[in-house]
Each structure stands twice: as C-alpha cells, then as structure tokens.
Design a binder for this molecule. Structure first.
Ligand SMILES: *Cc1c(COP(=O)(O)O)cnc(C)c1O
Length: 390
C-alpha cells in the first residue's frame, strides 16, 4: 500500500487529509484494503453507498446497461432516464426532475431556477438568497457562496452577491434578513457536514410559511439527508412540509456520480437554453438510480433504517451516559452524531486501526453514516470498537 500512497501523494492535488489506507473492494457492509484487512463501514463513502457493497440486483443492472449504452446526451430519450425521473418524482413528491453529476451541480441548478422564477415574474432585482450558518452545499462557486463555513468561502471571493446567513433553527434570524429582494431560502433538512443538526419541526414549517407568504422559493438540500437516510425517502417527509425545490445526490446512485434537482410544476421555469449538462442523466447513471429505487422498495430499506436507526440511537445514548467526553447526541435515522470533547480525528484514527470506518462532521462531531442495510450486530460491533477508541 505504501507505494500506492506515495504515488498518490506525488500526483494528487493535496485537497484531502487522506488516511493511509488503500481500499480495494467491498462486500455487504464491509470494506477490504489492499492487504486484505477487513473494515466495518460506518461511513458509506460519505453517505453514498446506501446499499452497501455488491448488491446483486444493482450490479446486474449496471452490467446490463454497460453492454447496451452508457451515454448519448440529453438531446435524446433513454428508458433508464425516463424511468429514474418518474421514480424520483414519485418518491420526492415533486413534479419535474433535472439530472446532474453531483450535489454541487444540483445546488447550482436549484439556485439558477430560483433566480429565473423571480426573473419571469418581472422582478429582475429579486436575486438575494438566504442560507444558514454551518450549512454545506458543495464546492462550486455558487454552492460555496451559500455554504455557511467562512473558511470555505473566504479565499474564493468575490462570490455570489446577496447571500445572507441566518441561524439554523432560529426563525427570527431569518425574518430579520428577508426583504423584497429575497428570491430563495436554501437549507438542509438535517445539516450534515456542519455537525448533524436536525431542523426543528416548528422552524421548518415557519420557513415554509415565510416562503409562501412572500413567494420565495424554498429549496431543501437533501443531498446527504435524503434517499432514505432519515427513515423516510426524503427527510422533509418527517415534517408536514413540502419544499418547492429539492436537491439530491450522494445516495441516489449508490456510487455512480449522480445528482438531481426536482421541483413542483409551478417552478418549472428552466427552458431550452437555460440549463443543461452533457453527462447529467446519462443511461448508465440513471440505470443505477432506477435500480436503487427498485431495491429500496423490494428490500424494504426504509423499514431497516427506522429499526436500526432507533437501535443506533439507543446505543449512542448509552454511550453518552457512560462517557463524560461525549457532550451531546444528535440526529435521525442512520444519520447521527456525537459531540466529542477532545480530538475527534484521533478517535476516528484509532477506530480505523481497529477496523471500523467512521467520519467526522463540523469540528467536534463523530458522524455515523452506515450503509442503510446495517444490522444490529454490526451496530454492536461498531459500538464496542468505538468504546475502545474513546
Ligand atoms: C455533499 C453535499 C453536497 C455536495 O455534493 P457533491 O456531490 O460533493 O458536489 C451538497 N449538499 C449537501 C447537503 C451535501 O452533504
């Protein structure tokens, strides 16, 4: 592994503090490095590998599509793209879908849509966006402009003008920032990278009402918390609230680069020439999305998330009772976090040595994002390794 790591260090742009492991394959919820060491995965490639590794139906769908056609462009129709769009619209309660290659691109598209919506109303100077502190929306210039971590934005200015950051779960901080130039509010239903912050039910419905009252586009960024991770297909379905636009990615392709934004009919204002993507929604990627959505139903993935999410919740509560260094426990479904008073990176490093892959969030949160097929035994195993690491 050392030779590979050395070569990587020589040629990669150093944008990641990588762990010194070369992964080679996966099976179920386990990963194997190049030396054959087994790891239990509580990370899912940052919430992407929802179905774990080697799901037979998924792999078969990809193989079959590779043999037929991997790419053709959006100037034509393909069956996988049409089927995936129908299933995503049904699952999200939205009417129309645009496929992207990543979460950041989904966010870009959603922001363009919101601006165009105001533009079509004749409100050309209604261009401002309200986002939230501790949010994460991606790394492109538009997405980073609405990301609530200053160090991610600062070196790359000037960014999108007119972006203001409110306090998450504080509706009054939003009221203070809204004016007749506001075209959109963008928020994660559960903040992921920022440290696993779950939207209060009241806050979320107050945002909905504010947007309704002022004809502002409500964008729910479900790139991380969507696709079953919260126990519902999309996290906003845990609330009695339907956003106007939803962004998705990570889990929807289970490993192929897939994203999408979807909207209600009223907001379908992007027309030929307004937006596009060469690869977005190509038949290879949409065959994956289509298969993932079928597998979710057939293998009752949501039921597993609910059951194992509750089990993980109770186990992490016990851990918090037991250890003073754990200050708080947050999250929902199979997206949870422990606020740790100490060196999070060191704990994660020790867990990795002992064969469990975990991930951090924010500056002090140990994040749990296992594949959605996890079992109670896997959870017990992770907990005992985490205890040793603590
Ligand atoms: C990961 C993430 C993104 C960015 O997705 P990429 O595929 O990395 O561009 C956007 N929003 C949220 C909530 C995310 O977690």
């Amino acid at each position: 592994m050392d030779n590979i790591i050395e070569k990587g260090e020589r040629y990669f742009l150093h944008t990641y503090g990588r762990f010194p492991i070369v992964f080679e394959r996966g099976k179920g919820v386990n990963l194997y490095d190049k030396c054959g060491k087994e790891y239990l995965d509580f990370f899912s490639g940052i919430g992407v590998n929802a179905l774990g590794y080697g799901n037979e139906k998924y792999t078969k769908a990809l193989h079959e599509q590779i043999d037929k056609l991997t790419h053709i462009s959006n100037y034509f129709y393909t069956e996988p793209a049409v089927n995936a769009a129908e299933k995503l619209a049904e699952a999200s309660g939205m009417d129309r879908v645009f496929f992207t290659n990543s979460g950041a691109e989904a966010v870009e598209g959603a922001l363009k849509l919101a601006r165009k919506y105001a533009y079509e109303k004749g409100k050309k100077d209604c261009t401002d966006i309200i986002a939230f502190k501790h949010s994460f929306h991606g790394r492109s210039i538009g997405a980073v402009s609405v990301t609530g971590t200053e160090s991610y934005r600062e070196p790359f200015g000037p960014l999108l003008p007119g972006v203001k950051f409110a306090e998450y779960n504080n509706i009054h901080s939003v009221y203070e920032l809204v004016n007749d130039k506001t075209c959109a509010v963008i928020l994660e239903t559960i903040q992921g990278e920022g440290g696993i912050n779950v939207a209060d039910s009241r806050f979320f419905s107050d945002i909905r009402k504010l947007c309704d009252d002022n004809d502002i586009v409500m964008i729910a960024d479900e790139v991380q918390c969507g696709m079953g991770r919260s126990g519902k297909m999309f996290a906003y379905q845990n609330y009695d609230v339907v956003p106007d636009v939803v962004t998705m990615a990570k889990g929807i392709g289970n490993g192929v680069p897939a994203g999408a934004f979807a909207c209600k009919e009223k907001y379908a204002v992007l027309r030929p020439g307004d937006h596009g993507s060469t690869y977005g929604g190509n038949p290879f990627v949409t065959a994956a999305i289509d298969a993932v959505l079928d597998i979710f139903k057939e293998e009752k993935i949501l039921d597993n998330v609910k059951e194992k999410g509750e089990y993980l919740y109770s186990k992490l509560e016990e851990l918090m009772e037991k250890y003073d260094c754990i200050k708080e426990h947050r999250g929902m479904g199979l997206m949870q976090g422990l606020v740790y008073d100490g060196d999070v990176k060191a704990v994660i490093g020790r867990a990795l040595d002992k064969g469990t892959v975990l991930i951090s969030a924010g500056s002090n949160v140990i994040r749990f994002l296992p594949p959605l097929i996890i079992t109670k035994r896997d959870i017990d195993k992770m907990i005992s390794i985490l205890e040793e690491a603590l």
